[in-house]
Design a protein around this ligand. Structure first.
Ligand code: SF4
Ligand code: SF4
Length: 442
C-alpha cells in the first residue's frame, strides 16, 4: 500500500465514525410530504416551473436552472404540489420552496427515461446531461458539478482527484458508497476522465476506511490509470486545497482554482451521482445521508428523497434521546445547527448529527488568552486570533489584508480555542458582509 500522505497544520478531533461506519445503506420509505427549496446549490436559485394543484411524477423537473452557475430541481416523489411559499432552510434562513404531498398510491417509479449512451457523447453533451440532472457537489458545498467539467479557457487539466477523505467526524455516507458501490464510483470516474480529457485519476481516502480502499482496489479498471491514495486521518483532509497538497504535493495559490494547478477535484458521492445518470437516466432526486450521533436511537446510513423533513428522518431512525442538545446538518466541524425540525434535507446535506451535552461545545465564551493554538491549527496559515479581534470590530478592510477570503470556514481554529471563541462562525459572517459590500459597490 502507498504511504499515507497529509498537509501541514490541521486538527485531530475524535472521528466518532464507528456509530455508523459498519451499517449498510438502506432506503428510507417515502414520507407524507417533501419540501424542495429552490435554493439548494451554490449560485443562483432555480426558477419555478410548477404551480399549486399540479400533479408531478417522481423525477419531473419542477424548477429550471437560472444561469450558468445554477441547476434544475426535480420532484423527489410523485404527488400534488400543495404549496409554494417560504419555508425554513437548512442554513437557518427562509427560502421559497415547493411542498409536494406524496401520492400514497403511486409506485414512485420515475417515468421511463432515455439513458444517455455516454460512449457516443461529446464533452458538451455530457456536461449538458449532468447539468440537466441537477447534479451538485454532494460533500456539502453543493457547487454545480457541470461547471467543474468545463475548466476555464487556457488551463490544462491533467489529473482528476476524487475526494473520498470524508474527514468530518461522524459522517460515513461517502465511506459506505465506496464500500457498497465501488463499480459505480469507477464508472463515474471513467465518464469524468473522458469528459475532462485526462489520463490520470487518484482517489484520496483517509486510512481509517480500509474496507473502502479494499473495495475500490478490487474494482479497479484495468484499462485506466486510476490509483487509490491512502491519506493520514487529519482534519480538514477533505478540503480541496488540502487534498491537492496531500495527493500531488502542490499548493493552489491564493485566489486561484484547483484547475490552475492542473487538477479537478470531485467528491466521491457526486461521481456516483454522475454514474447514475448514465445507468438509469434519473436526475438527482435522492442521496445517501448518515444519520448518527450519541443522541440518536438508531444510527443509520440512508437513501433519502431530497426534501424529506428533518423530523421524518429522525423518526425513521427511532427518534432522539432525552438528553439531546444539538442537531446538526453536516458534521460538527462545518455543519449548521438546526433550530427547526421542519427544515428539509437538500442535495448538499451529507449527514444529520445528533449531539448531547457531552459532545456539544461549552457555550460560555471567554476572552482570548493569546495562546496561539488557533495559528497552529489553521491549515491555510491565517492568523485567526488577529482576524477574530478585527471581526468583532467589523474591521473588514484589515481582515481582507490578512487574507480573510482564503478562510475555508473549516472550524479548526474554533475547535482548538480554549476560550470557546466561535472564530469560524465570525469569519463566515465577515465574509458574507464583505461579499454584500462588494455586490452593493458593483
Ligand atoms: S476556519 Fe478559517 S481561519 Fe479558522 S482554521 Fe479554518 S481556514 Fe483557518
Ligand atoms: S486559540 Fe483562542 S484563546 Fe488562543 S489565541 Fe486563538 S483566539 Fe486566542
Amino acid at each position: 500500500m502507498l504511504k499515507a500522505l497529509s498537509f501541514a497544520h490541521g486538527v485531530h478531533p475524535p472521528d466518532s465514525k464507528d456509530l455508523s461506519s459498519g451499517i449498510p445503506i438502506r432506503r428510507m420509505p417515502f414520507p407524507e410530504e417533501v419540501v424542495l427549496p429552490l435554493r439548494q446549490h451554490a449560485g443562483k436559485p432555480a426558477k419555478l416551473l410548477v404551480k399549486v394543484g399540479d400533479y408531478v411524477e417522481r423525477g419531473d423537473m419542477i424548477a429550471e436552472a437560472d444561469g450558468y452557475i445554477s441547476v434544475p430541481i426535480h420532484a423527489s416523489a410523485a404527488g400534488e404540489v400543495v404549496e409554494i411559499d417560504w419555508w425554513p432552510h437548512p442554513d437557518g434562513s427562509q427560502a421559497e420552496a415547493v411542498r409536494i404531498k406524496v401520492d400514497p398510491f403511486s409506485p414512485q417509479v420515475p417515468r421511463p427515461r432515455i439513458v444517455p449512451e455516454w460512449h457516443g457523447l461529446n464533452r458538451d453533451q455530457v456536461v449538458e446531461a449532468v447539468r440537466h440532472a441537477g447534479v451538485v457537489g454532494l460533500g456539502g458545498a453543493a457547487f454545480p458539478t457541470h461547471v467543474k467539467l468545463l475548466p476555464p479557457e487556457g488551463v490544462d487539466v491533467r489529473v482528476l482527484i476524487i475526494n473520498g477523505a470524508e474527514c468530518e467526524p461522524y459522517l460515513t455516507s461517502d465511506h459506505r458508497v465506496m464500500v457498497e458501490y465501488p463499480e459505480r464510483v469507477h464508472f463515474g470516474i471513467r465518464i469524468m476522465m473522458q469528459t475532462l480529457g485526462v489520463s490520470k485519476a487518484v482517489i484520496g481516502v483517509e486510512k481509517n476506511k480500509p474496507d473502502a480502499i479494499e473495495a475500490l482496489e478490487r474494482a479497479l479498471p484495468e484499462d485506466l490509470d486510476v490509483t487509490i491514495q491512502p491519506l493520514r486521518v487529519k482534519y480538514p483532509q477533505g478540503a480541496e486545497k488540502m487534498l491537492i497538497h496531500s495527493v500531488m504535493g502542490r499548493e493552489v495559490p491564493s485566489g486561484k482554482l484547483p484547475a490552475h494547478v492542473g487538477v479537478v477535484v470531485q467528491n466521491v458521492g457526486s461521481i456516483a451521482a454522475i454514474a447514475e445518470i448514465f445507468e438509469t437516466g434519473y436526475p438527482l432526486i435522492e442521496r445517501v445521508v448518515t444519520v448518527t450521533g450519541p443522541g440518536l436511537n438508531r444510527p443509520s446510513n440512508l437513501i433519502v428523497p431530497v426534501g424529506t423533513k428533518l423530523r421524518d428522518v429522525l423518526e425513521f431512525c427511532g427518534g432522539v434521546k432525552d438528553n439531546v442538545t444539538e442537531i446538526i446538518f453536516g458534521g460538527p466541524m462545518m455543519g449548521t445547527a438546526q433550530p427547526d425540525m421542519d427544515a428539509p434535507l437538500i442535495k448538499g446535506t451529507s449527514g444529520i448529527v445528533v449531539l448531547t451535552e457531552k459532545e456539544s461545545r461549552p457555550r460560555q465564551i471567554l476572552p482570548c488568552i493569546q495562546c496561539g493554538h488557533c495559528l497552529d491549527a489553521c491549515p491555510v496559515f491565517l492568523n485567526p486570533q488577529a482576524l477574530g479581534q478585527m471581526a468583532r470590530a467589523a474591521r473588514y478592510d484589515e481582515m481582507m489584508e490578512l487574507q480573510l477570503m482564503d478562510c475555508m470556514l473549516c472550524g479548526s481554529c474554533s475547535y482548538v480555542c480554549p476560550s470557546n471563541i466561535p472564530l469560524s462562525q465570525m469569519f463566515g459572517l465577515s465574509k458574507a458582509a464583505v461579499r454584500k459590500r462588494q455586490t452593493q459597490a458593483a
